[in-house]
Design a protein. Structure first.
Length: 342
């Protein structure tokens, strides 16, 4: 069956609707501008801005899989943090095996080692996601309270298994030499790893947007988010699509775990559950099921957290919650909510 059979009809938007749709795109530049005014020093502002973008894009990597899973499958997966933690520990193991490459001064060997660690983490967490969906999530489709309980239980079990395999203590995760140190731009010193994280996050966002908008699989995913019953009626096996999306979301969490572990340079079994607060904030701000909204929400959270940590450290503890409240008062369904057919 032709994919054109499930293409939505295009309706011309009014100028007011276009303006309303474009408004969230201005939030990150406006926040950056306000940060420059408040900080006053250009070098400090540039350092904090790049740090905020790096933090935001790493959170986006973890949140993107969760928002698509919720948008398509209507599953509240509190176990998503387990995939983040497992991904970080698998990445640590691979990097330890490739110690000769990670300790080499050769840039290509360093990047290849990180790339292999990322691939291994995504493969392992994607496979765990397959079992997690079949055993834990599948029996509770349509029951949100049960989903919260069983996925939270899955998270606890995963954390205990990490203790069994890798031990209960925090583990130091060293960056390869080529990702250590800083690059000097004028008077600003910007960490190399943060530039690397920004590049990875941007590439992932562009790739996900391309897949969701320009491929057959992406078309089915978007159609399934908006009207799953219609997709089934057209002869597509949406249950298989659910499984594919859940595995992809789990693999992205594993990728985010490696990136976040290298960012913090310390990994623990509980790191996934700790970062999940920011992940859920980003998903809610962006609008459930929206990749674009998730991307903008992550940038806002990253920038605001770094600016406020510099300007008012005590206020920084509640700044992300205040941001979420402000956005929801403006747009109760998030910046770019996916509207499902009724």
């Amino acid at each position: 069956m032709s994919s054109t059979a499930i293409r939505p009809k295009l309706v011309a938007a009014s100028p007011a609707e276009r303006l309303k749709s474009a408004a969230p795109l201005l939030l990150a530049p406006v926040l950056a501008g306000l940060g420059l005014v408040a900080i006053g020093d250009g070098a400090t502002w540039l350092t904090l801005t790049v740090a905020g973008l790096a933090m935001g894009l790493m959170i986006f990597i973890m949140a993107s899989g969760l928002t698509v899973v919720f948008g398509l499958m209507d599953v509240i997966n509190f176990g998503h943090g387990a995939f983040v933690s497992v991904g970080a520990f698998v990445g640590f193991t691979v990097l330890a095996w490739l110690a000769g490459w990670t300790q080499s001064p050769a840039v290509m060997l360093n990047l290849l080692a990180v790339f292999l660690a990322i691939l291994a983490s995504m493969a392992v967490t994607g496979g765990i996601g397959l079992m997690f969906e079949r055993v834990i999530v599948a029996p509770v489709y349509g029951h949100h309270l049960k989903q919260i309980l069983v996925t939270m239980g899955g998270l606890i079990v995963a954390q205990q298994l990490i203790h069994v395999i890798w031990g209960p203590d925090a583990i130091h995760l060293s960056r390869p030499p080529s990702l250590q140190g800083a690059v000097i731009f004028g008077e600003a010193a910007i960490e190399k790893y943060r530039l690397f994280a920004v590049a990875v996050g941007l590439v992932l966002f562009v790739a996900m947007r391309h897949v969701l908008r320009s491929t057959r699989v992406g078309l089915l995913v978007r159609a399934g988010v908006e009207n799953g019953e219609m997709v089934e009626a057209l002869g597509y096996r949406i249950r298989r699509l659910f499984l594919l999306v859940f595995m992809a979301g789990s693999a992205l969490a594993g990728l985010g775990g490696v990136m976040w572990g290298l960012y913090q340079e310390t990994i623990t079994a509980h790191m996934g559950s700790e970062i999940m607060v920011l992940v859920f904030v980003v998903v809610i701000i962006g609008g459930l099921g929206s990749i674009e909204g998730c991307f903008i929400g992550a940038l806002l959270v990253g920038l605001l957290s770094n600016y406020m940590a510099f300007l008012a450290p005590k206020v920084a503890l509640v700044s992300t919650i205040a941001l979420m409240v402000g956005v929801l008062m403006w747009r109760p369904q998030g910046l770019y909510p996916v509207v499902k057919a009724k």
